[in-house]
Design a protein around this ligand. Structure first.
Ligand SMILES: [Zn+2]
Length: 356
């Protein structure tokens, strides 16, 4: 019995100052303690009141420790159980500050930078938090790409060799799909590591991410006609015949590929492990697809909203391909600036204004 994919409140219905904090100062005022954070997560997870994640019924008792006791299946459920915060020992205030840094920085943050900004835990802690957030960047049941969609494969080089996902010469093959907008510009993108460019591989990628009936724009690779089949319309662009460079033929893919490579080299300084590349691709797509968002606070809300909808990643899964060892010691942390608790206790929960 699967829960239906949750629908997301459209951005136009969300208001800064009520549904999400407009600034870092507001974040501090809204969330002076873990109880306020927990209430915000509860509101995001169950906007219409508790529903048991196991038996999907609403009847419950509230327990003394804040957990819910399902009246139907007797299961005890906490707000964070089954989410990326499941059994975390890191205070939720630290998670919230991290979510703010991850979403407010235009290009995101590396584990090293996050560790320095939070002044909390170790480099490994910051690294594991970032990976949990990346898991929350893919929304279950998100809408497939539509209209005219460019599709191509690119190689990502410069990643450290890993056990899986390796392509020729240590490079990783990645399938890219980008929506083309008319008269100009690009819509959303999807990225996935693929083992090869055979027709069944590319077909699986298309069926997972692109709505049937869309127009698929590709180069002349012979796998595409079979991959596309009768589910899409095909607009092949034969680069060799036209003599145009690739960025003229497939400008969307070219744009995404160059931004992606710049981001991996810039924010992450190329220190991306091949075993975790898919998670970085997911973060890149999350950011790219929301690049026009007016308020950074909206992204903060989105990531927490999706964080309470995804399955937890056990740390033991992460450590199967653990964080790379740092070659240099980290710079000292300015404790005075960063570890003081959020000041200005507030009992007002602006997000609860909906219910009044
Ligand atoms: Zn239940």
């Amino acid at each position: 019995m699967g829960m239906p994919a949750p629908t997301q409140t459209p951005a136009s219905d969300l208001r800064a100052g009520r549904d999400y904090p407009p600034s870092y100062a507001d974040l501090r005022a809204w969330f002076p303690d873990d109880a306020a954070c927990l209430d915000y997560l509860e509101w995001l997870r169950w906007p219409n009141g508790f529903v048991c994640p196991r038996c999907e019924t609403p009847g419950h008792w509230r327990m003394g420790d804040g957990r819910f006791w399902c009246a139907s299946c007797q299961r005890r459920v906490s707000v964070t159980s089954g989410t990326i915060f499941h059994r975390t020992r890191i205070p939720l205030m630290v998670w919230f500050a991290a979510a703010w840094h991850v979403t407010s920085a235009k290009n995101g943050v590396s584990a090293k930078t996050l560790h320095r900004l939070l002044g909390f835990g170790s480099y490994q802690t910051a690294w594991a938090m970032l990976h949990r957030f990346r898991a929350a960047m893919v929304r279950p049941g998100r809408d497939p790409l539509t209209g005219e969609v460019e599709v191509n494969e690119i190689f990502i080089g410069g990643v450290r060799p890993g056990k899986r996902g390796r392509g020729a010469e240590g490079k990783t093959l990645v399938a890219v799909a980008v929506e083309l907008l008319r008269p100009k510009g690009f819509g959303r993108c999807r990225l996935r590591i693929i083992p090869d460019t055979r027709a069944p591989t590319l077909r699986a990628f298309l069926l997972d991410y692109v709505s049937p009936g869309a127009v698929i724009v590709t180069d002349g690779l012979s796998s595409y006609p079979e991959a596309i089949g009768d589910d899409y319309l095909h607009k092949p662009y034969v680069v060799a015949r036209s003599g145009d460079p690739a960025h003229v033929a497939l400008p969307g893919v070219h744009r995404v590929a160059s931004l992606l490579k710049r981001w991996l080299l810039g924010t992450h300084q190329g220190a991306v492990e091949a075993d975790h590349l898919q998670a970085y691709l997911d973060e890149f797509a999350f950011r790219f697809n929301r690049r026009k968002a007016e308020f950074r606070g909206l992204l903060f809300r989105r990531i927490l909203e999706q964080a309470v909808q995804v399955k937890p990643i056990a740390y033991r899964v992460l450590v199967m391909a653990p964080a790379p060892k740092l070659t240099k010691p980290l710079p000292p942390i300015n404790h005075q600036a960063h570890t003081s608790s959020f000041a200005g206790a507030s009992l007002v929960h602006p997000w609860r204004e909906h219910n009044r």
